[in-house]
Design a protein around this ligand. Structure first.
Ligand SMILES: [Zn+2]
Length: 252
């Protein structure tokens, strides 16, 4: 298959690579759309340490099932799907307690932090465990379905803590850098509660329904839909902050 592979830091190459091989509980998905995440752009230069080359990045994707493993139930070829970006173990303590996004052994698609390497969706095909799949409603396009994972432009922690009312809770979602300056006095004197929120925990189907019904619009956040073969050009534009680009969707 063809894939956009991060061969070295800041070096994306569109080339032929072996097709993914599916496990018994996995399906093979033909990728129809994959969004470029801020974490991919920041990861590309090695600054986050979470995209150690070589790796195929990309975790905000949708597509169509073309093959199913022997133990796959309830999914078939032709199904339109999207998927959580987190591959979590089913019998981890956190998963069993409803917090799979905090599971110790979770892996993220398109990420290689040194302890594992899991290729992502900037490719023609990707292998996906059945338990992270979600059906895409007929009235939602593949491009829209690739927008479900919706962390947008992150405001600074300081702004969030300044605008929350006294005694309120600031939920921190985006994390573009591992450490930030923390306004300790604001938090103490205004009795602010700080709550972290990591990745996704079961929100996909709700978001897909909201997109399908038109209650959430995502089309206006898509700056361009471009061929995957031009991926390196779009990554460079985003990296250099050229233009006022929001989400770029790449199509294999
Ligand atoms: Zn993302």
């Amino acid at each position: 298959m063809k894939a956009l592979i991060l061969e070295a830091y800041n070096k994306l190459v569109f080339k032929e690579v072996p097709d993914p091989v599916i496990e018994n509980d996995e399906v093979l998905v033909r990728v129809m759309a994959c969004g470029i995440c801020g974490s991919d752009v920041h990861g590309m230069d090695g600054s986050t340490g979470r995209r150690i080359p070589p790796v195929i990045m990309g975790h905000e994707a949708s597509g169509m099932i073309v093959k199913t493993g022997k133990e796959v139930n309830g999914w078939k070829s032709g199904d339109r799907v999207t998927f959580d970006s987190t591959v979590y173990p089913l019998y981890d303590w956190f998963t069993l307690n409803g917090h799979y996004n905090l599971s110790d052994n979770r892996e993220v698609l398109g990420v290689s932090p040194g302890t594992y390497r899991r290729n992502g969706a900037f490719a023609e095909f990707i292998a996906i465990p059945q338990h992270i799949l979600c059906k895409v409603p007929n009235n939602v396009t593949f491009e829209q379905a690739a927008m479900v994972e919706a962390v947008g432009k992150s405001e600074s922690v300081n702004t969030a803590l300044n605008i929350v009312r006294k005694g309120g809770t600031a939920v921190l979602v985006g994390n573009t850098s591992p450490l930030v300056e923390f306004p300790l006095q604001q938090v103490v004197t205004r009795e602010i509660k700080v709550q972290g929120s990591c990745a996704i925990r079961g929100e996909y189907n709700t978001i897909l329904e909201l997109i399908g019904s038109g209650r959430i619009t995502v089309d206006d956040q898509i700056s361009a839909v471009a061929p995957l073969s031009d991926g390196d050009i779009w990554f460079e534009k985003l990296y250099k902050k050229e233009g006022n680009l929001n989400k770029i969707i790449l199509v294999p």
